[in-house]
Design a protein around this ligand. Structure first.
Ligand code: CTP
Length: 130
């Protein structure tokens, strides 16, 4: 059992895949801290702004019962600093990120959980668009 689990994501157009990863991450430890990526960070990463603005995404994640604390993730490169700042002993990410965060394993455990099949923000947006 870990003490503080940390995870990161955009969590735009909140869906059950998001809920499930937060639930599973929380169940691995005593408390869960979530870094919600900023609108600017998303633009630089994916070339588009999220549907919901960062303050709204932050508020939604904060209201999830599995989540103890939320903050805005301003920079992908600062993950190590966030891990130290929140004294996380486990970093959880979905397995679409498999291997991408192994460099932080000198700071805490790094675990990739299987994604919930057949749902994503992109798929929801596409479905609504059709
Ligand atoms: N996630 C998951 N299962 C899904 C979708 C997302 O476990 N079906 C996890 C991701 O692996 C990540 C977190 O939820 O750890 C936040 O993912 P995010 O990129 O915000 O959501 P996606 O639905 O993957 O968004 P997009 O379609 O824009 O890539």
């Amino acid at each position: 059992m870990y003490k503080t689990v940390i995870t990161f994501g955009t969590f735009d157009v909140f869906h059950v895949g998001h809920l499930k990863i937060l639930e599973r991450a929380r169940n691995l430890g005593t408390s869960l801290v979530v870094g919600v990526s900023t609108d600017a960070l998303n633009y630089s990463k994916k070339g588009r702004y999220p549907v919901y603005q960062e303050e709204e995404r932050l508020e939604i994640i904060k209201a999830i019962r599995y989540v103890e604390y939320v903050f805005l993730e301003h920079s992908l490169e600062a993950k190590g600093e966030y891990i130290r700042q929140y004294e996380a002993d486990l970093l959880v990410m979905g397995d679409d990120w498999e291997g991408r965060f192994d460099q932080f394993s000198d700071l805490c455990e790094v675990m990739y959980l299987p994604r919930t099949p057949a749902i994503s923000t992109t798929a929801v947006i596409e479905k609504i668009r059709l």
